[in-house]
Design a protein around this ligand. Structure first.
Ligand SMILES: [Co+2]
Length: 431
């Protein structure tokens, strides 16, 4: 989920659609609910997909197996509470090479093991959910069906009795073509995925507030139309990950990303388009229950000489576009989050106060969307929600788009800056 820095003011202007939504109350799925249809299976021995992924051999075995198994909690596959580690990388700067071998720093790292295991558990859920998404999503499905498929899987793997303990870390981004981010269906949405669409799938999983933020791009176009933009963005994100580290300046990461991204171009209908970084979308550091926590990781050089620091966790994400390389808010808003440090602001009405209590008890400062609010039983809440937005208590994050007819792609991973090494915790064999 990207941070959109320069558009903050514009977002305020983009007023909420006040059309009332009559919502259906949806029951919380129980732990034994089957999610996502017929293909739900798990290895009988509960083996992890892990960063190294499922082997072909195993896939064949799965295909043959007649026994369909339900998705169950991730904990049942890891009863000892030790989850697969992500990809380890050494820090890039020469002055930090001592870190790799320092016994003292390794000891210091082990002191924080609970925190790292929470991230790794979220990452393993993320890998399994996205594997399922990649094999189950097909053109012709509605955005609502796709979102439900992903979100029900997250909820079942997390198997938490409360949304603040573990589960969805932010609304599932399903942004098509020129829409770069922050699109998820509101109830009643009838949008259907087409074969030629370029879809950014941005999934958030949290465990005790440790949020894994990771995204990929998919299409069902078979003539390779989008190969260049997808390759450019994947490589740019991997460059950002490689360059990131303790004492590295944020500006320098942006410069490295741009150099890789903008070495690509793409042909569309006989015309060649340069692939540009979307310069007002950024990676960000991640705090407990806070998806955008102060530091911004640019994807072009921006003069920010702030350094990354030991113990920090970042979402490294890049966006490429065949359009202007600049996004603006457009369309009906679905994403919201309560702002931090707003306890001193009084909600402007009784209904706004009640809605805020509901938001606090279900999401705290985690981002959410209208569908999640409706699951808690809320209906006809838009007037009160608009009041909370205008009071500055809740922030809205409308879809952000490049020019119509352009194509945008995104890849994203969460990285952990351990004292001795960095860990790309959400790495899988898919991306
Ligand atoms: Co993000």
């Amino acid at each position: 989920m990207p941070e959109s820095v320069e558009t903050k003011l514009d977002e305020k202007v983009n007023a909420l659609n006040l059309k009332e939504i009559v919502s259906e109350k949806k029951p919380e799925p129980t732990k034994t609910d089957v999610v996502g249809g017929e293909d739900d299976e798990e290895d009988e021995d509960g083996e992890d997909v892990g960063a190294s992924g499922t082997s072909d051999k195993k896939k064949k075995k799965k295909k043959k197996s007649k026994k369909k198994k339900k998705i169950t909690s991730i904990d049942s596959s890891y009863p000892d509470g030790i989850f697969p580690e992500g990809e380890w990388q050494e820090y890039p700067l020469e002055i930090n090479s001592y870190r790799t071998t320092s016994e003292e720093l390794r000891y210091l790292d082990r002191q924080q093991n609970n925190k790292w295991e929470e991230f790794r558990k979220g990452a393993e859920i993320h890998r399994r959910v996205r594997n399922k998404a990649q094999s189950s999503i097909k053109p012709g499905m509605t955005m609502t069906e796709i979102a439900n498929l992903i979100e029900d899987s997250v909820r079942t793997y997390a198997a938490a009795d409360h949304t603040l303990k573990a589960g969805i870390g932010f609304p599932t981004g399903l942004s098509l073509n020129h829409v770069a981010a922050h699109y998820t269906p509101n109830s009643g949405d009838k949008l259907i995925l087409g074969k030629d669409d370029l879809m950014k799938v941005d999934i958030g999983v949290h465990v005790n507030g440790r949020i894994c933020d990771s995204a990929f791009t998919m299409t069902f176009n078979e003539d390779g139309k989008y190969d260049a933009i997808m390759k450019a963005v994947k490589e740019a994100t991997n460059t950002g990950i490689k360059e990131a580290g303790i004492d590295v300046r944020l500006n320098d990461i942006g410069a490295s990303i741009q150099e890789v991204m903008e070495s690509y171009e793409m042909e569309l209908n006989g015309k060649t388009y340069p692939i540009k970084c979307i310069r007002n979308l950024n990676g960000h550091n991640i705090g407990d229950y806070i998806i955008h926590s102060g530091k911004t990781v640019p994807i072009v050089p921006n003069g920010d000489m702030t350094k990354m620091e030991e113990g920090e966790t970042f979402a490294i994400e890049t966006f490429g576009s065949t359009g202007n390389g600049y996004v603006l808010p457009e369309g009906e808003c679905s994403h919201y989050a309560r702002n931090v440090d707003t306890e001193h602001i009084n909600p402007p009405s009784k209904s706004a106060k009640e809605l805020l209590d509901r938001i606090n008890s279900n999401f705290g400062t985690l981002p959410w969307c209208r569908r999640y609010l409706e699951r808690t039983g809320e209906e006809k809440y838009l007037f009160a929600l608009n009041q909370l937005v205008r009071a500055g208590i809740v922030e809205e994050y409308p879809p952000i788009v490049d020019i119509k007819g352009s194509y945008t792609a995104q890849y994203e991973h969460t990285i952990l800056l351990h004292p001795h090494k960095k860990e790309v915790v959400t790495r899988g064999d898919d991306y």
